[in-house]
Write a protein that binds this ligand. Structure first.
Ligand code: GLU
Length: 295
């Protein structure tokens, strides 16, 4: 019998069209593209446009222009998250049915107020790896009938993962394989710590899916085998790995690359036009100049 053919690697670059791409995006896109080429793999582009209030067709067109100018080519049709909202809803529904998710009614403002009142007494409220306060999760104590009453009253709400319950479902340690490096040089087999994020949002009243849920579902649907992205998403990988286990999805290899900092030493932002790829193009630079700057 023939040995099974090794799986063809699948890479993806997954920008959000909510601003212009900058040098950090160029690094991510080029690394994904070049790694796919070096391994006879596939290179996919995915438009992460679930935040309908901030994403625009103009920014999406800018992504195609910038990547084309960099000399990259990708498979078509391009997957756009806004066209797969039902998929995210179904995944959320599965988690609701298993009692792993609850409706959370506190607004961002109310969370801030509660945390400030607590911290005024001199104790620190726990925060997630991005520095945001963990959700208090009072609703966890409500009965299903209590939730139903609030939902029936039309109170706006998010759906949050009950982190303790979700972790209790795991039957083996949660890890991932890192071929890049985390902020402290972590590499190899990494122990995932999703609890650090508390009860993460899986969908909001104004957005049908959170980044975490959509990215996890899409990577699985697109058969992505290698997730290559910036180190700012290193810690989020713990949440993605947890969702993969809960939803019975395959595990990709992760490779987090360095971030590019601006002249002020800060991480590049989409609002700073100077480091936008378009600015380099307009200044007469070549794609090789961009590669030489970042690789
Ligand atoms: N859409 C995310 C961003 O633009 C990237 C998601 C990912 O690579 O996992 O930051």
């Amino acid at each position: 019998m023939n040995a099974p053919l090794p799986k063809q690697p699948v890479f993806r670059f997954a920008p959000s069209p909510n601003g212009q791409l900058h040098l950090g995006h160029a690094l991510s896109a080029i690394l994904n593209h070049d790694m796919a080429k070096a391994t006879s793999g596939r290179f996919l582009l995915r438009i992460e446009d679930i935040d309908l209030t901030r994403c625009t067709p103009e920014f999406e067109a800018g992504i195609y222009d910038d990547l084309g100018w960099l000399g990259l080519s990708w498979e078509t049709p391009v997957r756009r998250q806004s066209e797969h909202l039902d998929l995210y809803r179904q995944a959320l529904g599965r988690l609701i049915d298993r009692g792993l998710v609850y409706p959370a009614f506190l607004t961002r403002g109310a969370i801030k107020t509660a945390v400030a009142a607590f911290e005024a007494k001199g104790k620190a409220w726990p925060r997630d790896p991005d520095g945001a306060p963990l959700y208090p999760g009072e609703e966890r104590k409500l009965s299903a009938a209590g939730w139903q009453r609030m939902l029936a009253a039309g109170k706006p709400h998010a759906w949050r993962l009950d982190m303790d319950k979700a972790i209790a479902e795991l039957d083996a340690p949660l890890t991932w394989q890192e071929t890049g490096a985390g902020p402290n040089g972590e590499t190899g087999q990494i122990a995932a710590d999703p609890a650090a994020w508390g009860d993460v949002v899986l969908s909001r009243s104004d957005a049908p899916s959170s980044y975490h849920l959509a990215v996890t579902m899409d990577d699985a649907m697109q058969g992505v085998t290698h997730v290559v992205r910036g180190r700012d998403l290193y810690h989020a990988t713990a949440v993605h790995r947890l969702l993969q286990r809960l939803l019975d999805l395959p595990e990709p290899v992760y490779h987090h690359h360095r971030l590019i900092h601006g002249p002020d030493g800060r991480k590049l932002s989409k609002s700073n036009k100077d480091t936008g790829i378009a600015a380099f193009r307009e200044a007469g630079k070549t794609p090789d100049d961009v590669r030489a700057l970042i690789l």
